[in-house]
Design a protein around this ligand. Structure first.
Ligand code: FAD
Ligand code: PYC
Length: 416
């Protein structure tokens, strides 16, 4: 690692930051690759990293239409947890959580993973029954989880309102202590630097405009550099998955929707955990800079604009002020939106497609940031071996034909 002494920092400031060593190479693409990964978000970069690191497939390009992490990766509220209901989902997200626990060391890059715990609040008797069921299911899967009372919640998050006289009184919560947050763009940069060091070419500002297919097989992609050939193409393009699938001539059961987030002005440390509520519908944590990081559910219409409508912001802040009345005095600084790829069962689609050698990893919707390392790991294995990784198998597109859906709407934490 470069030694960032005070003198080096001063030297860089005097040269107007012109001569920093690049963290990854800027390359002109080769004519052919073993694998092209379309999409340079966290999932695509993680896929490229594990292809090179775990499977020794290093003749790989990541082709990104904008800049790395400029999609949902750096637009999300960074909540990480693995407390999903069904075995298939719980095991996949738990693999991811375990990888998060060693990720800064693995990448030699501080992704600022902070296990400050996640509370999912219950406001009705039925909420509490669902929470108990989910916590029991989690524990059977070896995942940490507890049902906590309003008093215990107050100890974890002292500013929360546990009065029983409000519209949605807090009756309890699920508490996953190993959950938390991470620094989102650091995840993209950490994977990018590590993949680049292993020989992966990272090509930014290059939209893939067509998937070149012949006799039911993918042969490469079309870009501003012309055709680039590949033995295998792996698409990890989140909200644009439907667009890429249509380039290959098939349809995915995906709807693309805006999802918004907001951050407040920075305030002194006041919330040392993550709080989510599906009933009042909002979630909040505090970043290391002090801003409150806030979000809620998807906008109700389909779209590809990275923005959302005002009524959602209003509703979200109403929910947060209901949970934390003192936050009503905090000013909001910024708001933005991402385009999330939602499926009918709130679970991802990972695996092979009707086109030979073409793979898709999508449908993570509102909840894929937490899955970044695990998703990259199982997808790289699937692409390397041409057959789904054991944990990815239940998430193949066939489930929409067979009916073996994995309904995680209850644990998705965000309505869509
Ligand atoms: P992206 O980062 O979107 O990467 C896909 C990339 O593909 C993009 O960079 C895009 O530019 C590129 N691309 C698209 N089309 C093309 C093309 N034709 N050619 C080349 N490149 C292309 N998840 C959580 O777990 N916890 C949260 O707290 C959370 N909060 C969220 C809050 C918001 C506001 C949003 C929008 C999402 C949130 N999510 C959360 C969801 C999470 O952000 C996503 O599921 C996850 O980041 C998806 O990662 P990705 O790498 O697949 O997608
Ligand atoms: O999946 O935990 C989640 C989440 C929180 C905010 C958006 N998604």
């Amino acid at each position: 690692m470069e030694n960032y002494s005070i003198f080096k920092l001063m030297k860089h400031s005097l040269s107007y930051h012109e001569n920093w060593k690049r963290v990854w190479r800027s390359v002109v693409p080769k004519k052919n690759y073993d694998v092209i990964v379309v999409g340079g978000g966290g999932h695509g970069l993680a896929t490229a990293y594990y292809l090179a690191k775990t499977h020794g497939i290093k003749n790989v390009a990541v082709i990104e239409k904008g800049f790395l992490g400029g999609g949902n990766t750096a637009r999300n509220t960074t909540i990480i947890r693995s407390n999903y209901l069904w075995d298939e989902a719980a095991q996949l997200y738990e693999l991811s959580l375990k990888l998060w626990e060693g990720l800064s060391k693995e990448l030699n890059y501080n992704v600022m993973f902070s296990q400050r715990g996640v509370l999912n609040l219950g406001h009705t008797l039925q909420d509490m029954r669902d929470i108990e069921r989910r916590v029991n299911a989690n524990r059977l899967n070896g995942i940490d989880g507890h049902v906590v009372s309003p008093k215990e919640i107050k100890k974890i998050a002292p500013l929360i309102n546990i009065s029983q006289d409000i519209r949605y009184p807090i009756l309890g919560a699920s508490w996953q202590p190993r959950g938390g947050t991470a620094r989102h763009d650091a995840v993209a940069w950490g994977y990018a630097r590590a993949a680049d060091a292993l020989g992966v070419d990272i090509i930014q500002h290059t939209p893939v405009t067509a998937l070149n297919c012949e006799n039911g097989k993918v042969k490469g992609v079309e870009t501003k550099y012309g055709s680039i050939g590949a033995d295998r193409v792996a698409c990890v393009v989140a909200g644009n998955s439907g667009v890429l699938a249509s380039m290959a001539g098939f349809k995915l059961p995906i709807e693309s929707r805006p999802l918004q987030a907001l951050v407040s002005e920075p305030v002194k440390p006041c919330l040392n955990t993550v709080v989510m509520s599906n009933a009042v519908h909002g979630y909040v944590s505090q970043s290391n800079k002090g801003d409150l990081v806030i979000g809620a559910g998807v906008d109700s219409y389909n779209g590809y604009g990275q923005r959302g409508s005002f009524c959602i912001i209003e509703h979200t802040l109403q929910a947060i002020c209901e949970l934390f009345p003192s936050f009503s005095r905090v000013q909001m600084n910024r708001q933005w939106g991402g385009v999330v790829d939602t499926t009918p069962d709130a679970c991802p689609i990972i695996g092979l497609t009707p086109v030979e050698n073409l793979y898709f990893n999508c449908g993570w919707g509102t909840g894929g940031f937490k899955a970044t390392p695990g998703s990259g790991y199982v997808f790289a294995d699937t692409v390397a071996n041409g057959t789904p990784h054991t944990l990815a198998k239940p998430f193949s597109i066939e489930r929409f034909y067979s009916g073996a859906l994995i309904d995680e709407h209850g644990a998705a934490g965000v309505a869509h």
